[in-house]
Design a protein around this ligand. Structure first.
Ligand SMILES: C[S@@+](CC[C@H](N)C(=O)[O-])C[C@H]1O[C@@H](n2cnc3c(N)ncnc32)[C@H](O)[C@@H]1O
Length: 317
């Protein structure tokens, strides 16, 4: 019988308010909201926020549980080689979703990770989410640069621990780092690793309400959160389809408008052509009557000529 308590998982059942596409993080939003509610960190920092799918889920949990957590998202909001490079609209949209709801406890720090690190005191961060560039060198650099900033309660979350393609190397760093610190990971939605780096890590992991050293409990946790995550991924794909449908409807509306304009042009051209046809028929009948008159005049002239000829011939005899 597992020690997992159903009640402690109620925090995972809130619906994330903010979704956009692309959304490789969508499947972890229930876990983010649950983790925030369970850990109640004093300071949460995210490295790599992009459109804010992960960051806003963490913030939503802070707000809904009325926690005293301070949150900071660090990003250049310019993109990188893996996420792709994007326009300022991404930052502007995130800011408009963020400021009113979360601005009183959260800051969007537009800097490189290396430039931002000096803004934080050593031992101050309870929860750190590393989601920048996903090469082995970049993730290792981000972890090592920010490690001194983590508190004795420090937990680090890594995204993309299950991606093994191209130069993605988080999985490799995860395999190495879990030899030094306890942790567990999810396989769904590109993988998410949760690492307990603080000295109070083992106490914290039990505070989560399950035993991370128990294969049975971690397996149950994995299936629970992957099922909740799948619903969020499905939601994003429906959102994308909805958007595509809306664009198609707009296209259809424009085509129908064009069709109506063409039909009305066709109608007026048909009316004009009908009028011309009537006119041609009238011209034909006019020509016919002129032709008859000409024939009559020609035959009259021919009779007169014959008469004149006979008359002249009679006089000459
Ligand atoms: C994978 S995306 C983050 C995804 C985000 N967590 C989500 O939920 O969708 C990576 C982000 O990290 C940012 N980034 C990568 N390297 C960075 C660096 N060294 N300094 C600042 N931002 C960086 C990129 O601009 C990009 O927005």
């Amino acid at each position: 019988m597992t020690k997992l308590e159903l009640r402690s998982f109620a925090d995972a059942l809130q619906i994330p308010l903010h979704m956009s596409s692309p959304a490789p993080w969508a499947g972890h939003t229930p876990f983010a909201m649950w983790l925030m509610a369970r850990l109640q960190p004093r300071l949460f920092v995210e490295l790599g926020a992009y459109s804010g799918i992960s960051y806003l889920a963490f913030c939503q949990s802070v707000r809904e549980h009325n926690l005293s957590t301070q949150c900071v998202a660090v990003d250049t909001w310019q993109g990188d080689a893996h996420a792709g490079f994007y326009s300022d609209a991404v930052y502007e949209t995130l800011k408009s979703n963020h400021d009113d709801l979360y601005g009183h406890f959260s800051t969007l720090m537009r800097k490189t990770f290396d430039a931002a690190v000096s803004e934080f005191s050593d031992g101050s961060i309870d929860l750190l989410h590393i989601d920048g560039l996903h090469t082995y060198d970049a993730v290792r650099h981000d972890f090592e640069t920010w490690l001194p900033k983590l508190s004795s309660r420090g937990v680090v979350v890594f995204h993309d621990t299950a991606v093994r393609k191209d130069d993605f190397g988080v999985y490799q760093f995860w395999d190495e780092i879990t030899l030094r610190y306890p942790g567990f990971s999810f396989e769904h939605s590109h993988g998410l690793g949760v690492l307990f780096v603080g000295a109070e890590a083992s106490a914290l992991s039990s505070f989560l309400g399950f035993d991370i050293t128990s294969p049975e409990e971690t397996a149950l946790l994995r299936s629970f959160f992957s099922a909740l995550g799948a619903a969020q991924e499905r939601r994003v794909s429906l959102m994308v389809k909805d958007h595509e449908l809306m664009l198609k409807m707009q296209e259809l509306g424009a085509t129908q408008h064009e069709l109506r304009e063409l039909q009305s042009k066709h109608k007026s051209l048909a009316a004009a052509s009908d009028q011309q046809h009537q006119w041609i028929l009238k011209l034909d009948s006019d020509i016919l009557s002129y032709q008859q008159k000409i024939n009559y005049i020609e035959s009259s002239i021919s009779c007169l000529c014959k008469l004149l000829f006979n008359c002249i011939r009679g006089r000459l005899r």
